[in-house]
Design a protein around this ligand. Structure first.
Ligand code: ADP
Ligand code: ZN
Length: 436
């Protein structure tokens, strides 16, 4: 099967042909979506018909779909078929109100697995690799999403699940793991465990490729992970509403993520005016599914902030690339009148070698004022009791963060492992402020 997931007839399709394909698939998707209670009512009311779509740009005539729409029509309002015709669902945590649930039929699962296989191949994973998937299985789409994709690619796949670093390392050594997928906040912890065992991934395993994603992380984090593990780290993007992993993926050039435009329509809009943004300018990513049957979603406002990278990619793939996601519009917090994204702090910390695997922003009210406290773990190698060196690190963080976000933080340096760990995505901001 080697080579089957390099799909040049699709991946290097001439842009004009790709737009034609998208327009045809958009018409089919609208016709299908109208079978669902939500879009049936909505498009019916607006008098929208599939035939009125001439080019893919006509997608802009459709209304946006939001997470609130999905929640408000929970659980079956977006289904185009009876629930019995679907074969799997994934849903989000739903900490507030209804969760969002996405249903897939057999075709959808097959199409998704194909996209993940194509993405993994694009990052250099081959059927000769042993692929260990180090993330939560179950409702989180990173588990089964990568599992089925890697199996389709033909790699021996180890469904290792999240956590238990010692066991992960044993699996990697026993079965010759050469590629892994894990979220960025977990990878430094895995590396610490290698060190605690007196091992190095580059010397004591066959690891050559790391796929990571699911959480905002900066280029500085990639550099740091590459230096730690001494192998290539690739960024991967997806969200449950658009299947999960396999929406956009880096190729070997690692200058942006190819978004698979045969299966999704890509738009970047200004989050305030909802008008399209020019290429190269950051805005909110809006996506439309083009190959999903049970539950198509059109013009979904992801709230993720990115831009379209102009120009062709040297790899020859014609599907446009998006820049690294810097977070969701709702990740932003305001402290002392300044707008701050957690990734601004992360970028600074990841350049400081003494910083360890974890950090947390705590917002609190002291007296009548907001306070920004940064709790930062020191790396095991630098946790030596040299108080002067640590004081220099503390001052460096204060200065660099103040220059970047215009708020002077309090900084608490902690011993390795001091912050609470979760098996899933890291929570980077804790807001304890009194709401007035
Ligand atoms: P949840 O919404 O509960 O986090 P998902 O697994 O659907 O569940 O998460 C998808 C979201 O994760 C995306 O909308 C985006 O905010 C974030 N995400 C996924 N991949 C990346 C990535 N490579 N870089 C930054 N953020 C990412
Ligand atoms: Zn490329």
């Amino acid at each position: 099967m080697s080579g089957a997931y390099w799909q040049p007839e699709i991946e290097t399709m001439a842009p004009a042909a790709l737009r034609e394909l998208q327009a045809a698939r958009l018409r089919e998707t609208i016709a299908r979506a109208m079978q669902s209670p939500f879009y049936g009512e909505c498009y019916g009311r607006l008098g929208l018909a599939p035939e009125s779509i001439r080019t893919v740009d006509d997608v802009r005539r459709l209304p946006f779909t939001t997470k609130e729409d999905l929640r408000g029509h929970y659980p079956y309002g977006f289904l185009t078929v009876p629930p019995q015709e679907t074969v799997r669902l994934h849903c989000s945590s739903g900490t507030t109100g209804n969760p969002t649930v996405i249903f897939h039929d057999r075709h959808d699962l097959d199409s998704w697995a194909n996209l993940v296989a194509r993405s993994m191949y694009c990052a250099g994973v081959r059927d000769s690799d042993v692929f260990q998937n180090i993330c939560g299985y179950g409702l989180f789409t990173g588990g089964l999403g990568f599992q089925y994709g890697a199996e389709k690619l033909g790699a021996l796949t180890i469904p290792a699940g999240a956590g238990n670093s010692r066991r992960q390392i044993k699996l990697m050594q026993d079965f010759g793991t050469s590629a892994i997928h894990a979220i960025p906040s977990y990878l430094p912890r895995l590396f610490d465990e290698f060190q605690a065992l007196g091992l190095h991934p580059a010397e004591d395993t066959k690891l050559r490729i790391i796929l990571t994603g699911a959480e905002p992380h900066s280029e500085e984090t990639r550099q740091r992970l590459q230096e730690m593990f001494r192998c290539k780290v690739f960024n991967s993007f997806g969200l449950s509403e658009m299947n999960g992993p396999g929406v956009a993926f880096e190729c070997d050039c690692r200058n942006g993520l190819h978004l698979w435009e045969d299966c999704f329509i890509l738009e970047i809009v200004d989050p305030e005016t909802l008008e399209p943004m020019p290429d190269g300018e950051r805005g909110e990513l809006v996506l439309t599914t083009l190959d999903r049957r049970a539950m198509p979603i059109l013009r979904y406002r992801t709230r993720d902030l990115t831009s379209i990278l102009p120009g062709p990619c040297p790899c020859g793939r014609t599907h446009r690339r998006i820049d690294r996601i810097t977070g969701r519009s709702d990740d932003m917090f305001i402290v002392k009148g300044c707008n701050v994204f957690p990734i601004q702090v992360e970028k600074i910390l990841m350049k400081i070698p003494e910083i360890g695997s974890d950090w947390l922003i705590v917002l609190d009210t002291v007296g009548d004022n907001d306070e920004l406290l940064l709790k930062v773990e020191i790396s095991p190698a630098h946790f030596t009791g040299d108080m002067e060196a640590l004081e220099r690190v503390r001052r460096r963080i204060i200065h660099e963060v103040r220059d970047e976000v215009l708020v002077s933080p309090h900084v608490q340096l902690l011993e390795p492992g001091a912050l609470p760990k979760s098996e899933g995505k890291a929570q980077r901001v804790q807001d304890l402020r009194k709401k007035s």
